[in-house]
Design a protein. Structure first.
Length: 246
């Protein structure tokens, strides 16, 4: 790996890794070899080729990165799953991680000792943006998004979506958490934060929220339950470097 990459994780540090999910068949095959049978079976269920490859790369890269933190071969990483399916390390419970992917990028966040969630979305036109905002966002969030000038509205929508999804992924509740049960800030030039969590304004103060600048056409956000931690955001990784380092 590059000299500026580090796998020494301090107690109050979060590492953010961004990786492409498109690669040659050779790279995909190398990642596939580190998957366990359950993951290989899950990959095989994707009927669309690029979705299968995206899953293989994201899961294989996750295993490779965690292996570097733990000094363990990627194939020997073992996961356990929460009630809603959120993965965790079976034998290193102090390390927390989360992974997400959209478009042609995956993002992996790694830290110690606190729940963490990350979400990324390719910013793209949505003909039903207002309907989605009205259905899933708090009324205040939907109003703020749709009141922005047209040129800013698309990015604001995905900014709101990723902030909310990052929280849902951090608590590991999946679809059981309603996105309008908590509120985040939305408008440009407004501090990134939770306004309330389950309509409790004091509870929101226990959570931190960050936007992540990973690529021009993407929105990404990170949420965790703690006071502010130091973020180390790495440039997009060359997938071949993972093989040489792991």
């Amino acid at each position: 790996m590059r000299a500026n990459f580090s796998f020494n994780l301090s107690e109050r540090e979060i590492h953010i890794w961004t990786l492409p999910t498109e690669a040659s068949s050779e790279v995909v095959a190398r990642f596939e070899r580190v998957l366990v049978s359950e993951e290989a079976d899950r990959a095989a269920r994707f009927r669309i080729g690029y979705l299968r490859e995206s899953f293989v790369i994201a899961r294989g890269a996750l295993r490779s990165l965690l292996g570097l933190y733990l000094n363990v071969h990627p194939a020997n990483i073992r996961f356990v799953y929460g009630l809603r399916g959120k993965p965790a390390l079976a034998f290193a419970p102090g390390i927390e991680f989360n992974v997400t992917h959209s478009g042609s990028l995956a993002v992996i966040a790694v830290t110690k000792g606190c729940p963490i969630g990350v979400d990324v979305e390719l910013i793209r036109p949505l003909t039903d943006m207002q309907d989605i905002a009205n259905r899933f966002f708090c009324p205040e969030e939907a109003t703020e998004v749709m009141s922005l000038p047209l040129a800013e509205r698309e990015r604001a929508f995905f900014r709101c979506w990723t902030r909310k999804e990052a929280y849902v992924k951090a608590i590991g509740d999946g679809l059981s958490t309603l996105l309008d049960d908590f509120r985040v800030t939305v408008e440009p030039n407004t501090a990134v934060r939770f306004v309330h969590v389950a309509h409790d304004f004091a509870a929101a103060e226990a959570w931190m929220l960050h936007d992540l600048c990973i690529a021009p056409d993407y929105a990404a956000a990170l949420a965790y339950r703690d006071q502010e931690r130091s973020l180390r955001l790495y440039p997009i990784v060359d997938l071949n470097e993972l093989f040489g380092a792991s």
